[in-house]
Design a protein around this ligand. Structure first.
Ligand SMILES: [Mg+2]
Length: 183
């Protein structure tokens, strides 16, 4: 099957990097954990198009277990496509980051209409953190797994973290894919 994977705050710790850059701490304050977009001085909507924003993308850390889990899935015959709302200007930085952190090869698609993109590409499962994009994907009838974050607690979807996912997908793989992934 083709698995869609979001990047920011799904496999890359962008909010930690933002907190470090704008607040001087990688410990995200409680009130910000509940917000999908942060209103901070200096953090303009165009921040990620600037050299500094692109540097932040390249310096963000990956979620532990994410690359390993996705590699396992690819090893079992599945395919991965990265579907991100990042600006297109970040393409080089994004590809390099995926490679550097050991993520499996896959097309990188830039889209803010993730439902349509998933339909067009025949994605069968999307892994996402953002309730806005998760809703788009759900609305076109494609299942969504969500990486657990404070701001998506109320969104009706299966929540996961990458360590749990390793276990979950690992079982699926070892059962020769006859499980939920083939639905
Ligand atoms: Mg995201």
């Amino acid at each position: 099957m083709l698995i869609g994977v979001d990047i920011c705050n799904t496999i890359a710790k962008i909010n930690e990097a933002l907190a470090l850059r704008f607040l001087g701490t990688s410990e995200i304050p409680q009130e910000l954990r509940k917000q999908r977009r942060w209103d901070l001085p200096g953090l303009s909507p165009d921040f990620f198009r600037t050299p500094e924003g692109l540097r932040l993308f390249s310096e963000a850390g990956p979620y532990e277990g994410a690359a390993e889990t996705l590699k396992k899935l690819v090893g079992a015959g599945h395919r991965v496509v990265y579907i991100t709302a990042r600006p297109k200007e970040s393409e080089l930085v994004t590809r390099r980051w995926l490679k550097e952190h050991g993520f499996p090869n896959g097309e990188v698609v830039f889209s803010e209409e993730k439902g349509e993109t998933c339909l067009d590409m025949d994605v069968q499962l999307m892994i996402e953190d953002d309730p806005v994009f998760a809703k788009q994907v759900k609305e076109v009838g494609i299942p969504v797994f969500m990486v657990r974050q404070g701001y998506n607690a109320d969104f009706p979807a299966l929540k996961m973290d990458w360590k749990m996912a390793g276990l979950l997908f690992g079982m699926v793989v070892s059962h020769n894919q006859k499980n939920i992934l083939n639905k």
